[in-house]
Design a binder for this molecule. Structure first.
Ligand SMILES: C[S@@+](CC[C@H](N)C(=O)[O-])C[C@H]1O[C@@H](n2cnc3c(N)ncnc32)[C@H](O)[C@@H]1O
Length: 261
């Protein structure tokens, strides 16, 4: 327990930057570094979070009634199952994270009924996730499923095969399934380099990728007509966001959605 508190965790720092309260001093210190020394950097987390909720909503509105959230993070103000169930009241949601702190909080706050489960698993352990009894109970892989990889593959190194992870699912999901992915994007600005360096230093992992590398993470799945774009411009909430100049922070996280044919 002490070991986990002596180092910041991705989930707790991300949650802190979004205004969450479940964190330790080490997480707050790192979160404050981003907020105070790199002012505006919280937009990376905010635009990412807003976009994943739009993606989950879009999946449900397209008729998808089962979602797996890979690297779900701590409970937030608005959660994936809440937006999904507005369109699909009986939707099943499997939340997955490898951080036991996330799983403990998730089980208390997210798993509100039998149709929602929070699993502790590493998203790289694809086979174990597919075979998990709770996944088998809640997800019918013969029906379309929505997979969310929101800012999670950024923490999977190249040699750990981020593309292999997505391709595993791409080969097994039914036609009509959707895969949404968001990711830190490489930048050459002072702000981008400082953010990438700090994340790597603090967590010992954290990979910023070029657009080409992020597109490769989708494997053989073709992106839909929105393509890959900064999260704030991915099906933007405000029409003006589609055309205005973006800040360096808004450029730093991109997303896209693929539909299995
Ligand atoms: C930046 S947070 C994003 C949370 C949420 N997906 C969102 O976009 O709002 C990344 C999450 O991925 C989790 N994560 C990172 N690597 C993981 C892995 N290999 N397996 C499972 N979860 C992982 C972290 O614990 C963290 O909760």
């Amino acid at each position: 327990m002490r070991a986990r508190q002596s180092r910041p965790s991705v989930a707790r720092v991300y949650s802190y930057v979004l205004g969450g309260r479940d964190n330790y001093g080490v997480d707050k210190d790192l979160g404050d570094y981003f907020i105070e020394d790199l002012p505006g950097s919280e937009q990376v987390a905010i635009t990412n979070r807003d976009a994943v909720l739009r993606a989950a909503k879009a999946m449900a509105e397209a008729g998808i009634r089962q979602i797996i959230d890979m690297g779900c993070g701590l409970p937030a103000n608005v959660n994936v199952h809440e937006v999904v169930r507005q369109a699909q009241p009986d939707a099943h949601v499997v939340y997955i994270d490898d951080d036991p702190f996330v799983v403990a909080h998730g089980r208390a706050l997210l798993a509100v009924d039998d149709g929602i489960v929070v699993l502790q698993a590493d998203i790289r352990d694809t086979e174990a996730i597919k075979d998990d009894a709770e996944v088998q109970r809640l997800i019918n892989f013969d029906e379309p499923v929505g997979l969310l990889f929101a800012m999670t593959l950024s923490f999977v190194n190249d040699e750990e095969g981020p593309t292999t992870v997505v391709q595993y699912w791409a080969d097994r999901i039914a036609s009509g399934s959707r895969v949404y992915l968001s990711h830190f994007r490489t930048g050459n600005t002072r702000e981008a380099l400082a953010t990438a360096n700090k994340i790597l230093e603090a967590f010992g992992r954290g990979r910023f990728r070029t657009d080409a590398e992020i597109l490769a993470c989708f494997g053989t799945l073709p992106l839909d007509e929105d393509g890959l774009r900064p999260c704030i411009q991915w099906r933007p909430e405000l029409p003006e966001d589609a055309t205005r100049d973006l800040t360096v922070w808004e450029e730093l996280v991109v997303s896209g959605m693929a539909r299995k044919a």
